[in-house]
Design a protein around this ligand. Structure first.
Ligand code: SUG
Length: 448
């Protein structure tokens, strides 16, 4: 049976703004308070989805969330009508209003960890929504994420959904941003690679000194148990704490993998040799031949990687077995990175082509091509069982661009977030979106 990697991209929500909310994420901090352009952000994301669809890749779309999150503001003690809740929060605690307005759910690599059916004990595709416990503005995403994923992958014969892990720092889970799957073919058993930043309970693992390590070993282990993965099908590795301190807040800022290939920076991991040997051995057991491409620090520094998002790229398999790398425009703007990429594609290796996308609106908050997509490996039968409303087609692209043009503002600042009219605009837009994507009622305003 045929199988595919389907990329579900997060649609940028109408409140996209630069809140400076993510300590440890250099772009988020340095662009804090700048004015944003939600319309442009959403159209940039849609253009990438359309381009990948036109290249022949399977492409889906994941809906944004209801923001401002009035229910979350009520839990923080703001009361009255919805408009009063927003006005009071704006007056008394603007940073809380900003956090409750974040469109951060666009970075759907953090929505969940997904294990394909070929790897799991019960032969179903398993999803665990990420608790995103490290940052308040992201910790409020998972209830709606679970409902949206449930509406997209509803058939229980094929899909199993797990609630987010306990919402405490010891089980900090950032989803697929720290998870990579290696395999010979998407439909065959593979090796799932879990990268963690720290251990919550075992003091032998070092911690970063400056910035938080968001993903714990214990969270990754819990996901492995929930998904019913076998010991032979899992490899754990610790991120190098010193790169976290340089702004690598997720592993997908310093490494990307696909098929049998890991593309990574020399400084990305601790105990790299042992990790590579384990990946090689375990992939060989399922008939695969692990290959790695290490980018030396002499060619590209960690700082270059963080600024250009070279590794936050999409590594995609083409029908002839070669690979294509989807990178953000910022890679072309960095001389060393661009030179490295020219050498890589002309070297006769597996990665033959680089395609560049303008994702500046998302990049300025630390979200590149890889952050914007959730990978779900599916066989033909499973793909047919997905809610077809979320599969990208030329007509859906047309409908969604019109929808964005109709509902989105082209400028967003703190003052705009304080405008109660924005809530109404967002709800009107999202209500229409759930009909376009055939999701049913998934937002708090639709179900309460
Ligand atoms: O969690 N930025 C996101 C970026 C997530 C990127 N995802 C992956 N690497 N997979 C984060 O730090 C910034 C929001 C703000 O500052 O307004 C933010 O949440």
């Amino acid at each position: 049976m045929k199988s595919y990697e389907v990329n579900f991209d997060g649609l940028v929500g109408p409140t996209h703004n630069y809140g400076g909310l993510s300590y440890g994420n250099v772009a988020s901090q340095s662009n804090s308070q700048q004015s944003s352009n939600p319309k442009e952000a959403a159209l940039q994301g849609l253009a990438k989805m359309k381009a990948l669809m036109e290249m022949g890749f399977q492409q889906g779309v994941l809906a944004p969330q209801e923001r401002p999150d009035v229910a979350a503001l009520r839990r923080l003690g703001f009361s009255g009508t919805d408009a009063q809740v927003i006005e009071r929060a704006a007056k008394e605690a603007m940073p809380l209003l900003v956090a409750n307005c974040s469109a951060s759910s666009m970075w759907v690599a953090n929505a969940a960890t997904v294990s394909p059916s070929a790897d799991t004990a019960d032969g179903r595709v398993h999803f665990t929504a990420a608790n995103l416990n490290c940052k308040y503005h992201r910790s409020i995403e998972h209830p709606t994420t679970s409902r949206v994923l449930g509406a997209m992958f509803a058939d229980q014969k094929h899909f199993a959904h797990h609630a987010a892990l306990p919402a405490v720092a010891q089980f900090g889970d950032e989803g697929a941003a720290n998870h990579t799957r290696f395999c010979r073919d998407y439909g065959e058993a593979g090796v799932e690679f879990f990268v963690f930043g720290r251990s919550a309970f075992d003091t032998r693992y070092p911690n970063p000194q400056k910035y938080p390590a968001r993903q714990t070993l214990e969270a990754s282990q819990a996901v492995v148990r929930l998904h019913g993965l076998s010991d032979d099908g899992v490899v754990y590795a610790q991120q190098n704490p010193s790169v976290i301190d340089q702004g690598v807040f997720h592993n997908d800022v310093i490494a990307v993998g696909n098929g049998e290939v890991l593309f990574y920076h020399e400084d990305a991991f601790l105990d790299t040799e042992q990790m590579l040997a384990e990946l090689h051995g375990k992939l060989a057991k399922v008939g695969g031949k692990f290959q790695s491409i290490c980018v030396p620090r002499s060619a590209v520094t960690v700082e270059d990687a963080v600024r250009s998002y070279l590794f936050n790229s999409q590594l995609l398999s083409r029908p002839d077995g070669s690979m294509l790398l989807i990178v953000p425009e910022e890679c072309r703007g960095n001389e060393r990175v661009w030179q490295y990429l020219q050498g890589l594609t002309s070297s006769g290796g597996l990665i033959r082509e680089v395609k560049v996308f303008d994702l500046k609106q998302s990049m300025q908050n630390g979200g590149g091509p890889a952050c914007l997509r959730l990978r779900v490996a599916l066989n033909e039968t499973e793909l047919a069982a997905v809610n077809q409303g979320v599969i990208m087609t030329a007509p859906l692209y047309g409908t969604l661009t019109e929808w964005v043009d109709k509902h989105y503002r082209d400028r967003m600042t703190e003052n705009d977030l304080a405008d109660p009219q924005l809530l109404l605009e967002c709800r009107t837009a999202l209500d229409e979106l759930t009909q376009i994507l055939k999701l049913g009622a998934v937002y708090p305003f639709q179900i309460n």
